[in-house]
Write a protein that binds this ligand. Sequence first.
Ligand code: HEC
Ligand code: HEC
Length: 265
Amino acid sequence: MISSARVVGACLAVAGVVTLLLLPGAGREAAAQSDRDELVAQGRDLFSTGCSSCHGTDGRGVRLADGEVRGPSLEDAGEAGAVYYLTTGRMPLANSNEVPERKQPAYRDEEIEALVAYVGSLGSGPKRPSVDLDAADRSEGGVLFRDNCQACHSATGAGGALSYGRSAPSLQEATPLQVGAAMRIGPGEMPRFSEEQFPDEDVDDIASYVEYLRTPDDRGGVPLGRLGPVPEGLFLWTVAVGVVVLLCVWIGGRRHEEPDQEEAA
Ligand code: HEC
Ligand code: HEC
């Protein structure tokens, strides 16, 4: 017969183990939240020294008495907007009439992360895009690029003049993250490519194609005579199977050897 004291004891032990297992999870979540808060606070500091003269201390923009806008409100810029303007060095501007152009970023990566977190916290603008080239379909990206980007950025991504407004820049230096951010925000005369019309997979495909335009000879992966991904996969497969076969032969060999050794002993 199991005594009730034992049952209670066992229950308490189980409850204890479950609590111990769950506690670190809850702790991690709280820690992640406080890391996030700290990053936003850091971003707010950087913003107040580097951006608030034009965008306002609260990021809602600065409009002078005569109607002149020093800088627009960033409430809807989102993380994606901050990623685009900061990683391409377009912000900060030296004065409000300067045309934002690609240049060396003014901030270090950690500072950009903080500013992105802060600008993202101002409203519900587009999130930082998570571009994943591993699963991307490059030829599908080529089709989408020709249909949606080529008219302005040219077939080779070299960019070109537009019949109105600023010219479309070259994509030679655009990283996959910048391609994603540009599509989600639609900077300047560029249209916005929404998630409804262009799901994340489309962005991945296009970013992968832009990557190819930047380095047309590099088909990705280890350059095994630049044979491309399929022969590379085959190559790895062959090596892996070869190793397995060798291992089998070796193990088989040992089995046969063992009796010999016993005889010798
Ligand atoms: C000298 C003024 C000035 C400073 C300083 C400045 N900006 Fe700007 N910013 C502007 C102007 C003007 C625009 C509009 C540019 C345009 O498209 O013509 C702009 C646009 C932006 C946009 C795009 C807004 C949108 O939704 O279209 C973002 C994001 C941005 N700035 C972020 C920043 C950040 C972050 C900083 C600080 C690191 C900064 N800016 C510093 C003047 C400034
Ligand atoms: C109507 C013309 C137009 C179309 C269509 C267009 N763009 Fe753009 N694109 C622009 C302009 C103009 C800019 C510069 C905006 C600014 O002032 O920051 C730009 C900027 C960019 C940048 C930033 C480049 C850099 O290095 O600074 C990227 C990346 C980009 N576009 C990718 C795309 C992709 C991908 C597509 C198709 C899905 C596309 N664009 C479609 C006009 C266009």
